[in-house]
Every structure is written in structure tokens, then in C-alpha cells.
Design a protein around this ligand. Structure first.
Ligand code: NAP
Length: 469
């Protein structure tokens, strides 16, 4: 007898690996559609859901974080379950999920970062922006990092929105940060910062920046930092001028940069310098740590597709700096037993359907959403249409989907119990959330975050809300 998936008698069982925005939009799309009966189990290696909304979005961008309310509504659906603190590849394997679920969605984002591949990159004082972001956001894996902010100058390499976040956090005063949900230890370190000059470096010109106008606008509103832009660096070559003319976003970015170039310095304690057409070529060491960065000036030349690339001109300069944050993009990492495209850092797929990289054949029952699907681009909302596309692919595959051998929802609980794995349910997360928000209220902050997994688990033990295996 063939089993029909998605009926009342046999709901479609879906596992989602990763509880960030892309995973939640996929869960939302599955639970909202009316074609099939479905139940969704979401796994995350951290006890807390929301991925980059909690650990990526800057603490002073609380409005963006309010998108979590949409995810809360998804999580409140009785057909949804959260298994926090369960690591795919360690606690549960690919084979386990294939045994208990008809379809699996990988929503694991891009958990690593790109390198510059220049000498000195590994020196003390040189970090990826992703490390700094995860640290100030209280990510438990990064809470023990130490950032020495006793130097006078910091360099941020790259001009995407992540670069804007880290440069802004470095430039903000204690008062500006203390009303946010920044990790307590990060607030204490940043409050003692000696950094006066923050250099933000673009390898291409002002018409090719990746940041968006609201982000560059914020630099003009900082309490304790002036913005410096050299008017001569804003002069566009003809190809860049044509690019700018075709994009209202680029024009708005240029207007903000031009207004900064025209502003007199007001003598604020810090200065944020935006520099264009410069590439780092070496980090220079002194006393075992980074002390300066050597830059080569660039010029732009179009390739055969018209894309403007940066080429070194052979003219060099050096900027003294004790902290270097490389903000040149995130990169995916491979999952055990799941195909991986090393060059792109993504899971190879066709409209979200995972495919065998060698043969191109679809792997029925396995899907991907978000940055793991398309690479680290777009804003949080970009993940909604992306997830809807994958869910449409999943539903169209249903007639050919091999049913899971053990679809009973209690069988996965049994497996976790057998392995003595403690996991955090959505009710458990709500308790952690409530504790964080209550502690925040006392300090006039949105929340005070737990930054240690052990503390989260102990708080749940105290409330008897950890599911013990
Ligand atoms: P991104 O937007 O791709 O920017 C990466 C930057 O690094 C670009 O300026 C790129 O320059 C530069 N770069 C790459 N390789 C380089 C090299 N070898 N040397 C020097 N510069 C190099 O990446 P992101 O900033 O990590 O952001 C990831 C995504 O998250 C983006 O879509 C972003 O908009 C989004 N995000 C949004 C927000 C928000 O909405 N507020 C906040 C944070 C992140 P080229 O252009 O020359 O390659």
C-alpha cells in the first residue's frame, strides 16, 4: 500500500535544522499553507531560537529584532515543536532525521567568515567582524573572546552593513550602548575603550559600497564621533558615475557621504574615517600583536561583464591600528552527510531542493533555505520569499517523497531520551525570554541576555522546564 503523506491520518513530518529567520519563515510557510497536513520540529544547537536576529542584528537596532514577534506566532502553533540545545551532526545525525522525518530543511545560515589571505591576518588583535558581532551580542560560543580596546585606532575592512554595525558599535558612547541588549561584558569593555580613530576601508569606490542609506546616515547622528570623508575620494570615474546614475540607493549613499565630506569637525572624542579604493596587503606586528595595516591604493577597471574590479596601483600607505576587524562577508560551513559547495560555501540546490553536486540529481526529501541556500546576502525579510520558494518545491515533490520509516512524533522524543540529551522546548525558551526581559526592565534595557549555556540550563532546572533525557 502506498502511504499518502500530508493527510489527517498521516501528516507530513518536517524537520528544520536551524532556528534562525530562514528556518522560521520556512516553518511559517509550511504551517500556513492549506494543501497538506503538516507538523514541524525545529532543532538548534543553541538553547535559544532566532539565530542572527538574536546574535547578529546589532544591539542598537532593536526595531529590526522585533521581527521575532512573527516567529513567536509561528512557534505558538500546536503543530510546531522546538528542540533547542540539540546539535545536528553530534546529538542527532542525518540518518536519524531521515528515519523520523519525511522532509528535512537545512536552515543553518553561514556560520563562518571569509578571509583576506594577507600576511599577518592571524596576529593577535586581528578578528573577523563576525567574531566581534557574536561577542557583543552575547553568543555563548564567543563570550570568552577578549578584545583589547586599549589602542588608539581600529580598522574595519569592508563596506557592507556588517562593517557599518561594528564601526558604529566601536564609535558609540557608553550612554548610547547602555540602553541596548548588548552583552554586559561587552558594554564594560567598550565603556573603557581608548579607540579614537576608526577607519572603514572600501577596496572599491563610493559608488560600489554594499551598505544601505539608513546605515550610513546613522554615522551622522553619533553622540561622540565625527565622520570624516575626503571629498577627493568621492570623485567618480565615468563608469562609476554611470552605475550611480542607475541606482537611487547609490545616489542616497553618495549624498550622505558628500554631506560628511562637507562637514567641519566638531571635536568629538572619536572620528570615523571612510576611505575608498584601498586594499589591505599586510598586517604589521609589534610586540606580538597587530600594530599597523599596510594598504595599497586601487583603481577600478571593468571586466568583460562590466563589473568594476579593484586593481592595485603600486602606491602604498600605512595606518597605525591595534585592532583590525575583517568584515568581508560570511561563509557557510559543511554539515555532516549533506552536500556542500566549497567554492560558494552553500548547499547545492535547485529552487531549494538539495542536489548531488557530482551528478546534479535531486536528493528527495532534503531542502535548504536562507544563506545556506543562496549565500550570505539580503536582509532578514529576503528570507521570507526564499523560504516560500523552498516550501513550494517541497509540496510539489510530495508525490515522490519517500515516507519516513518512523514518523511518530513521540519516536524522536524517545531517541533523545535514550541518548540522555536534555533539550529546551519552546516553553523553556519563553521562560528564558521572560527572565531576560525582567532583568532588562530593572535597568531600562530591552533585556539582559544569558551568555552562557550552563546559566540558561540552570535557570530552566530551577523552573523545572528542561526536558530531561
Ligand atoms: P556584504 O554586504 O557582502 O559586504 C562585504 C564587503 O566586503 C563588501 O564591501 C566587499 O567589497 C568587501 N570585501 C569582500 N572581499 C574583500 C577583500 N578581499 N578585501 C576588501 N574588501 C572585501 O557582506 P556583510 O556586510 O557581511 O553583510 C551580509 C548581508 O547581511 C548583507 O546582505 C547585508 O546587507 C546584511 N546585513 C544587513 C544589515 C541591516 O539590514 N542593517 C545588517 C548587517 C548585515 P566588494 O563589493 O568590492 O566585493
Amino acid at each position: 500500500m502506498t502511504i499518502q503523506l500530508g493527510t489527517v491520518a498521516r501528516p507530513l513530518r518536517v524537520a528544520i535544522v536551524g532556528a534562525g529567520p530562514s528556518g522560521f519563515y520556512a516553518a511559517g510557510a509550511l504551517l500556513q499553507q492549506k494543501e497538506v497536513n503538516v507538523s514541524v520540529d525545529m532543532f538548534d544547537r543553541l538553547p535559544t531560537p532566532y539565530g542572527l536576529v538574536r546574535y547578529g542584528v546589532a544591539p542598537d537596532h532593536q526595531k529590526i529584532k522585533s521581527v521575532a514577534k512573527v516567529y513567536d506566532r509561528t512557534a505558538a502553533d500546536p503543530r510546531f515543536r522546538f528542540f533547542g540545545h540539540i546539535d545536528f551532526g553530534q546529538d542527532i545525525t542525518h540518518a536519524d532525521l531521515r528515519c523520523h522525518y519525511d522532509q528535512i530543511i537545512y536552515a543553518v545560515g553561514a556560520q563562518s567568515d571569509r578571509k583576506l589571505d594577507i600576511p599577518g591576518e592571524e596576529l593577535a588583535g586581528s578578528f573577523s567582524a563576525t567574531e566581534f558581532v557574536a561577542w557583543y551580542n552575547g553568543h555563548p560560543d564567543f563570550a570568552d573572546l577578549e578584545f583589547d580596546l586599549s589602542c588608539n585606532a581600529a580598522v574595519v575592512v569592508g563596506v557592507g552593513n556588517v562593517a557599518m554595525d561594528v564601526a558604529r558599535v566601536l564609535a558609540k558612547s557608553k550612554d548610547e550602548l547602555s540602553s541596548t541588549d548588548i552583552a554586559d561584558y561587552a558594554l564594560a569593555t567598550l565603556a573603557q575603550s581608548n579607540i579614537k580613530d576608526i577607519y572603514v576601508l572600501a577596496r572599491r569606490g563610493p559608488a560600489q559600497v554594499k551598505f544601505t542609506p539608513p546605515e550610513i546616515k546613522e554615522f551622522g547622528e553619533l553622540a561622540d564621533a565625527d565622520v570624516l570623508v575626503e571629498a577627493t575620494e568621492l570623485i567618480l570615474d565615468p563608469l562609476s558615475a554611470a552605475e550611480a546614475a542607475a541606482s537611487t540607493e547609490t545616489q542616497r549613499n553618495l549624498e550622505h557621504l558628500q554631506s560628511y565630506a562637507a562637514r567641519p569637525l566638531t571635536g568629538k572624542a572619536r572620528r570615523v574615517h571612510f576611505r575608498f579604493l584601498v586594499s589591505p596587503v599586510e598586517l604589521i606586528e609589534a610586540n606580538g600583536k597587530v600594530s599597523a595595516i599596510r594598504l595599497e591604493q586601487n583603481e577600478l577597471r571593468a571586466d568583460e561583464t562590466g563589473y568594476l574590479n579593484a586593481y592595485g596601483t603600486g602606491t602604498f600607505e600605512t595606518i597605525a591600528a591595534g585592532l583590525v576587524l575583517r568584515s568581508v562577508g560570511y561563509k557557510g560551513i559543511p554539515l555532516e552527510d549533506v552536500p556542500y559547495d566549497k567554492r560558494r560555501g552553500t548547499i547545492p540546490n535547485d529552487q531549494g531542493r538539495v542536489k548531488d553536486p557530482a551528478s546534479g540529481a535531486p536528493i528527495l526529501g532534503e531542502y535548504v533555505v536562507g544563506w545556506a541556500k543562496r549565500g550570505p546576502s539580503g536582509v532578514i525579510g529576503t528570507n521570507k520569499p526564499d523560504a516560500i520558494e523552498t516550501v513550494a518545491t517541497m509540496l510539489s515533490d510530495l508525490p515522490h517523497t519517500p515516507p519516513a520509516p518512523q514518523p511518530d512524533p513521540t519516536s524522536i522524543d524517545g531517541l533523545l531520551e535514550e541518548r540522555q540529551l536534555n533539550f529546551v522546548t519552546i516553553e523553556g525558551w519563553r521562560i528564558l525570554d521572560r527572565i531576560e526581559v525582567e532583568q532588562g526592565q530593572a535597568q531600562g534595557r530591552p533585556r539582559v541576555k544569558f551568555t552562557r549555556i550552563q546559566d540558561m540550563l540552570e535557570a530552566l532546572h530551577a523552573e523545572i522546564h528542561l526536558k530531561e533525557g
